[in-house]
Write a protein that binds this ligand. Sequence first.
Ligand code: TYD
Length: 135
Amino acid sequence: MALVDCKIIDLPKISDPRGNLTFIEGGRHIPFDIKRVYYLYDVPGGAERGAHGHRRLQQLVVAMSGSFDVILDDGFEKRTFHMNRSYYGLYVSPMMWRDITNVSSGAVLMVLASELYDESDYFRDYGQFSEEAKI
Ligand code: TYD
């Protein structure tokens, strides 16, 4: 998959004086059914997450609170997405290396995933990822 497939999806936002509400429906707002949800929180200052790729997994990354940068790399080029709104979802296609940096204090990163956790779907080595990405 190419970097052009990865984009910020503007999620529905119901504005109300009592506070805003955003919702995400699998297969409707995002191009996959949601099988797993996980989140990162209490990330210490300066820590970097990600640093891996996935063979088949599709994901949607949302900054539930705070901000961070997601750097996507398809083996050919890189693009940085600054995530700082709870109604933005970054769609990450398969075969994408991701690095997560500049995580603000108190940030909560939620990820919706198309598959259950499966370590065999990971690329943990960038060299191996970029070789397979170029095939
Ligand atoms: P990893 O995906 O490497 O973290 P990051 O969010 O920085 O990309 O996962 C960190 C650890 O958590 C690793 O040992 C695998 C485990 N893990 C699960 O058991 N289930 C999950 O759904 C996820 C995302 C990770």
